[in-house]
Design a protein around this ligand. Structure first.
Ligand code: NAP
Ligand code: F7E
Length: 348
């Protein structure tokens, strides 16, 4: 049985990847962070009591800032595949916490690669690593961005991802390690964190429709993104580790829409006009913005035999439908006298 180790298993992508690998018969190990509250919502449906028979999902406490712990986990799990998805992944937050972001996203990647390198050296075992790169690495480079487009990162997050990317290339060349760099454009889903713009919008649409919220405050409406569907993108990650040789891959849909167009489509799903509800709040502007990301992924698509299955309209539809149902549940609670927490109205 193949064993996979996932950093960031509690995140959007980690949860879908864990599902995919379990379906494929893997034993899946995930690294979770200790928190004073439960932070495993996205994988709770996969969790089984470790005392039961045939359990194939195991969770380990760890952190990308703690190299000793990472080494111990790699040595005890003895993984065939490692997926490095853990990150402080919010671009705006990276301007508030640049040093921490660099430590987790940049140096954390190095710590993990080094732990795997030493494990392979001492045991002779082969390990394949997926490194979660980002279209943010292209930043200010004009669209369409391709695999050979030079990086021009525009945030501490993006700079740290560029470092992670080059650690991957260097460890590949220096030690012959199998490290695949995936350069993934934005991908969203019903499990997207609520402070990213798509989910912030669809959560608001649900709550506005049910009378729980009046306004939606956003930042730059003109930014354009190439938005795909997260379950499609985790399949591409797995395919990258099934190739004969490691390489770099760009994953995108090849279509870009503005934040304004996303809002328009999401409000239209419930018969509302976005202009009646959206207001601009400069607190959501970024010191340096990434204006236009549009991926040209033909080469990768052909190499991996990968295609996105869910396009923009279907993505908006799915996210709105899910958040409409969530808001209906909140409305029931609110009517029964419970306080509904509207955190994402003010954050992100
Ligand atoms: P996400 O939902 O923000 O999940 C991030 C994961 O990293 C969570 O499990 C989080 O744990 C964990 N994490 C945060 N800090 C950590 C630390 N110090 N040590 C260990 N784990 C830590 O992100 P995502 O959207 O699933 O993205 C997955 C990866 O792909 C990230 O590396 C992201 O930067 C990258 N990426 C994402 C996109 C996208 O559009 N989604 C595009 C390109 C690249 P908690 O749950 O405890 O917070
Ligand atoms: O912003 C604009 C914002 O935070 C998208 C991460 O997964 O994808 C993600 O990074 C755009 C930006 O995602 C609001 O200025 C307007 O131009 O949803 P986002 P992101 O910054 O593209 C990449 C590929 C990653 O790798 C990252 O980990 O939307 N925008 N108004 C807003 N953004 C937010 N968050 N909130 C607003 O109110």
């Amino acid at each position: 049985m193949k064993r996979a180790l996932i950093t960031g298993i509690t995140g959007q992508d980690g949860s879908y990847l864990a599902e995919l690998l379990l379906e494929k018969g893997y034993e899946v190990h995930g690294i979770i962070r200790r928190a004073s509250t439960f932070n495993t919502d996205r994988i709770d449906h996969l969790y089984q009591d470790p005392h039961e028979e045939g359990v194939r999902l195991f969770l380990h406490y760890g952190d990308l800032t703690d190299g000793t712990g990472l080494r111990r986990i790699v040595e005890s799990v003895r993984p065939h595949e490692v997926y490095n998805l853990g990150a402080q992944s919010h671009v705006k937050v990276s301007f508030d916490q640049p040093e921490y972001t660099a430590d987790v996203v940049g140096t954390g990647t190095l710590r993990l690669f080094d732990a795997v390198r030493d494990y392979c050296d001492t045991t002779g075992c082969a390990v394949r690593i997926y490194q979660a790169g980002s279209s943010e690495m292209f930043g200010a480079a004009p669209p369409p961005q391709r695999l050979d487009t030079p990086f021009y990162p525009r945030s501490p997050y993006a700079v740290a991802k560029v470092a992670g990317y080059w650690y991957g290339v260097n460890y590949r060349e220096a030690y012959g390690m199998f490290i695949a760099n995936g350069i993934l454009f934005n991908h969203e889903s019903e499990r997207r964190g609520e402070t990213f713009v798509t989910r912030k919008i669809t959560r608001a649409v649900g709550r506005i429709k049910h009378g729980l919220q009046d306004k939606l405050f956003l930042g730059n409406l003109e930014a354009k993104r190439d938005w795909g569907y997260a379950p499609d993108y985790v399949e591409a990650m797995w395919l990258m580790l099934q190739q004969d040789v490691p390489g770099d891959y760009l994953i995108a849909t090849g279509e870009a829409y503005s934040v304004r167009e996303f809002a328009e489509a999401a409000f239209a799903e419930v018969g509302l006009n976005w202009q009646d509800y959206v207001e601009i709040d400069p607190r959501y502007f970024r010191p340096t913005e990434v204006d236009y990301l549009l991926g040209e992924a033909t080469a990768t698509r052909e190499q991996l035999g990968w295609q996105p299955k869910v396009g923009f309209a279907e993505l908006v539809k799915r996210m709105v439908a899910y958040d409409l149902e969530l808001a209906a549940q909140e409305k029931t609670l609110s009517d029964a006298g419970h306080k509904v927490n509207l955190r994402s109205v003010t954050h992100g």
